[in-house]
Design a protein around this ligand. Structure first.
Ligand code: 5GP
Length: 189
């Protein structure tokens, strides 16, 4: 593979998608976003093939059987997410670097497979209370879905030490500067 991999992980609401957006749009790093597949319902502001490939649970499960995923997780009960091998093949042909927004387990799996060709970041919220506040402000989730997300936070946090870099996203501007500098050094190395 010509390009390098940048993995952004951490609990839902920690700020991963803001970081991914910044790295893609404001840095000139030539990054392509790895569009994952998911069985969760599409949100109103999302577009098929942009944020995700939206699949039914049955189709998702048959693609697992057919070994079409590089990695997949049942991130929340009955909600599957995964990186399709076909997506990575498509993006690596462009020779660009690939950026991932995946959960704590998925990020660990990708890093294990790609080793030094990948840099991995675990983005932490300053506290679980602040995370809850951010998720509520985002207002994209039902109360049930929000509770599912909060329930998973503690488990996800136990994966932080397996990452190349743990970043506490307390001040967004500082976080963006720090991640940008580390990615810049990594891409030059
Ligand atoms: P959301 O439903 O908020 O878009 O995403 C929920 C969680 O699933 C997030 O932590 C996100 O990073 C994770 N996720 C998204 N795509 C993938 C994937 O391909 N694999 C894994 N393991 N997790 C993913």
């Amino acid at each position: 593979m010509a390009g390098k991999l940048i993995i952004i992980s951490g609990p839902s609401g920690a700020g991963k998608s803001t970081i991914v957006k910044h790295l893609k749009e404001n840095t000139g790093f030539e990054l392509e976003f790895s569009v994952s597949a998911t069985s969760r319902p599409k949100r109103e502001n999302e577009t098929e093939g942009k944020e995700y490939y939206f699949l039914t649970i049955d189709v998702f499960k048959s693609q697992i059987e057919e070994k079409q995923f590089l990695e997949w997780e049942e991130v929340y009960p009955k909600q599957y997410y995964g990186t399709l091998k076909s997506e990575i093949n498509r993006l690596s042909q462009s020779g660009k670097n690939i950026i991932f927004d995946v959960d704590a387990v998925g990020g660990t799996n990708i890093k294990r497979q790609y080793k030094d060709a990948a840099i991995s970041f675990f983005i932490k919220p300053p506290s679980v209370e602040i995370l809850e506040e951010r998720l509520r402000n985002r207002a994209t989730e039902s109360e049930e879905s929000l509770q599912k997300r909060l329930k998973k936070v503690r488990l996800e946090m136990t994966y932080a030490r397996r990452y190349d870099h743990e970043i506490i996203n307390d001040n967004l501007e500082l976080t963006l500067n720090e991640v940008t500098k580390l990615v810049s050094d990594f891409l030059k190395s």
